[in-house]
Design a binder for this molecule. Structure first.
Ligand code: KIV
Ligand code: ZN
Length: 514
């Protein structure tokens, strides 16, 4: 059996189904480019039939990505498959991924179909997709709660119809590792034509078992792993790419499997995905969490100083951590700035570059050292997130032990500038209250968090807010060396996201449609 594991990244599709994590086309493209640099074999860019916005994002990614396969998801309906194909057909390596549920629970309560009808629908979908492209993946949704022999019948039929990859998802995160491994082995042994397709696994993390299940599936012979950066995804998330890849890397002695991932791009990719989606990585997250390589106990510190191997099974440099590259500073010119952005994968028009350079100079005046991560924040804020309905023009906050915290704000709403002042229990509360009043927002602040972007006392503060209004949840992010300004920016960014969701209701719909 082949010993190469194919890494299929679905950060831009299943990952984007994390509540509030929607990305616009420019943001998706930025993540896609980084995923390509990371070395993923395939990247699922979205679900084109779900919304016009998603269609455009997938199309944009398909046009620009050269090495990795670009995958579009579709239900079995012909209209969905057509839409998926329209979105990816210009890709260097396109793939259509079609799916239907196969468990009795879904057949009875969701699809209202019998088993034979499901097989027929799956076969017709695969045949239809196969007439468009040779590269077709089929997923049996809720496979882990599907009767094993029926699953084998489905896989046999879709492989005969032309599927080149068959995927076994643990859609609801229900399986146990040993059980999942046994199911994969069973399906391999009892699907007569399985050797004609790649067997894939796709796990959700509802019981915290996604990585263990994926590895059990690989151990049992699956050769494609469907994963997301930082494990983001529907509900408790999907299998995390970094955990699977670093297990293959660290335990190569035992697993004897290879993959195409450039491990040193793991941490930069994790940071970028977190920045763009607004989903903060928990500090104790394996491989990419802030504490993943921090040694607190004196006995551990002593050991690591003597020899890192005493308490470290992998080196932070291996995953690209601790390589915070100092890039440019106050005295750098436009040329160096442009060059650095090109290195990060950006190619901007002159006007965007001018706008960014001005912001960079302003930041460089405040900070001594500028890192790659600071530049990423600058780009995401100034360009990728677009202008939106609201823009913060001016903020002045008075606070202290005796003053009542007061904020004065000028807010641009489309083309009109409005201004006002307001109070709060603290300076951030005062700023938020004033902005909300000026924007006429009834949203509720349900989460607020601050992180330091790069090292040092003058590090930029990165603020994430989560705003809720009429059942819609939007994330906002902002960064600045001054955390009150960063907070106000994050709040305005969250309001822009909410506004965007109101104007594009299909976005909210999409998040619950698969
Ligand atoms: O979890 C799932 O079943 C999915 C399929 C669409 C592959 O995401
Ligand atoms: Zn999924």
């Amino acid at each position: 059996m082949e010993n190469r594991v194919y890494i299929f990244d679905t950060t831009l599709r299943d990952g984007e189904q994390s509540p509030g994590a929607s990305m616009n086309a420019a943001e998706k493209l930025r993540v896609a480019r980084q995923l390509e640099k990371l070395g993923v074999d395939a990247l699922e860019a979205g679900f084109p039939a779900s919304s016009e916005g998603d269609f455009e994002s997938v199309q944009m990614v398909a046009h620009k990505i050269e090495r990795a396969e670009v995958v579009a998801l579709a239900r079995t309906a012909k209209a969905d498959i057509d839409r998926a194909w329209q979105a990816v057909q210009k890709a260097a390596k396109p793939r259509i991924h079609t799916f239907i549920a196969t468990s009795d629970i879904h057949l009875e309560h969701k699809l209202n179909m019998n088993r034979d009808a499901v097989i027929q629908e799956a076969v017709e979908a695969v045949q239809y997709a196969k007439a468009l492209t040779p590269n077709v993946e089929f997923s049996a949704e809720d496979a882990t709660r599907t009767d094993r022999d029926f699953l084998c019948r489905v896989f046999e039929a879709v492989i005969a119809a032309g599927a080149t990859v068959v995927n076994l998802p643990d859609t609801v995160g229900y399986a146990l590792p040993q059980e999942f491994g046994e199911q994969v082995a069973y399906v391999r042994a009892h699907t007569p034509n399985m050797h004609q397709a790649v067997l894939s696994v796709h796990c959700h993390n509802d019981l915290g078992l996604a990585t263990a299940n994926t590895l059990a599936g690989i151990h049992a012979g699956a050769r494609q792993a469907e994963v997301t950066i930082n494990g983001i995804g529907e509900r408790a998330g999907n299998t995390s790419l970094e955990e699977v890849v670093m297990t293959l890397y660290t335990r190569e002695d035992r697993l004897k499997l290879t993959h195409g991932i450039h491990a040193e791009e793991i941490y930069p990719t994790s940071r970028l995905a977190s920045l763009i989606t607004g989903i903060v990585v928990q500090p104790n997250k394996a491989v990419v969490g802030a504490n993943a390589f921090a040694h607190e106990a004196g006995i551990h510190q002593d050991g690591v100083l003597k020899n890192p191997m005493t308490y470290e099974i992998m080196r932070p440099e291996t995953v690209g951590l601790a390589t915070n590259r100092l890039v440019i500073g106050k005295h750098s010119g436009r040329h160096a700035f442009k060059q650095k952005l090109a290195e990060l994968g950006y190619d901007f028009s002159k006007s965007d570059l001018d706008r960014l350079f001005e912001k960079f100079k302003r930041l460089a005046d405040k900070r001594k050292e500028i890192y790659d991560e600071d530049l990423e924040v600058l780009v995401v804020e100034a360009i990728l997130r677009g202008s939106g309905t609201y823009a913060l023009e001016y903020l002045n906050v008075v606070s202290g032990t005796v003053a009542v915290p007061t904020a004065t704000v000028k807010l641009k709403i489309k083309d009109q500038v409005v201004q006002g002042a307001g109070f709060g229990v603290g300076p951030i509360d005062a700023a938020f209250n004033t902005i909300a009043k000026l924007a006429g927002s009834r949203s509720q602040l349900v989460r607020f968090s601050v992180n330091a972007i790069s090292g040092g006392m003058d590090a930029q503060g990165e603020v994430t807010v989560r705003l809720k209004e009429n059942g819609r949840v939007a994330l906002g992010k902002g960064a600045d060396p001054d955390i009150i300004t960063a907070s106000a920016r994050a709040y305005v960014n969250g309001l822009n996201h909410l506004e965007y969701m109101k104007q594009n209701p299909s976005l909210t719909l999409r998040n619950s449609s698969v």
